[in-house]
Design a protein. Structure first.
Length: 202
């Protein structure tokens, strides 16, 4: 903080802890990080080895933890555990960020489930894109994670409601097609048990 009370543009924020390369970070990279800080979604970057070089506050909130910068134990994603949309466990080196780095290809709008250290699971859409230099060589990747957990819960509730409605209508339609069937069945049972009783004659 300078004497005017304003934060200098090159002063790192809470998660801007990547060591400087060649003395200073490029101004373009600083501007890119400032942009990621302002977007209303989780975002982070990795180098070509998958080591996390930056993450914004929203990412730490989504993961439920703050991963270690440039640490081999936190590669490709800062989440505690990952699962596919079907619920199968996924290794971190199989996530969309890892695929973007490995294939030098964008993977946008890909669904994945994140588990926090507390055990809570969130469904997110991953937008993993490689970062290339002027020569087209990959220098890392950025991943933006959009939390769609509320939407998924609403969709699941709607599917459950539709399924219950369909079952009710199918039962109702069957009963309307055969309105006298229960009475006939009851009369048949009565005749079997008391064939001589006048009251049981149809």
């Amino acid at each position: 903080m300078n004497k005017s009370g304003k934060k200098p543009m090159d002063e790192p924020n809470q998660y801007d802890t990547m060591p400087e390369r060649d003395g200073n970070l490029l101004s373009g990279e600083l501007q890119f990080r400032r942009l990621l800080e302002k977007i209303p979604a989780a975002a982070y970057t990795c180098d070509t080895e998958g080591l996390i070089t930056y993450f914004n506050e929203q990412a730490a909130s989504l993961w439920g933890r703050a991963p270690q910068i440039l640490h081999p134990e936190d590669r490709f994603c800062g989440s505690f555990t990952l699962f596919s949309r079907e619920g199968a466990p996924i290794r971190h080196d199989q996530c969309w960020m890892a695929e973007a780095l490995k294939c030098n290809q964008a993977f946008n709008g890909r669904e994945i489930i994140i588990e926090r250290p507390t055990g809570e699971r969130l469904t997110v859409l991953a937008y993993a894109n490689p970062i290339q230099d002027d020569a087209g060589e990959i220098t890392g990747a950025v991943n933006v994670l959009v939390d769609i957990s509320e939407r998924k819960r609403a969709e699941d509730a709607l599917r459950h409601s539709d399924r219950a409605k369909d079952e009710f209508l199918a039962t109702l339609a069957h009963e309307l097609r055969n309105p006298l069937a229960p009475l006939r069945n009851a009369a048949y049972l009565l005749r079997m048990h008391k064939p001589e009783s006048p009251e049981c004659q149809w």
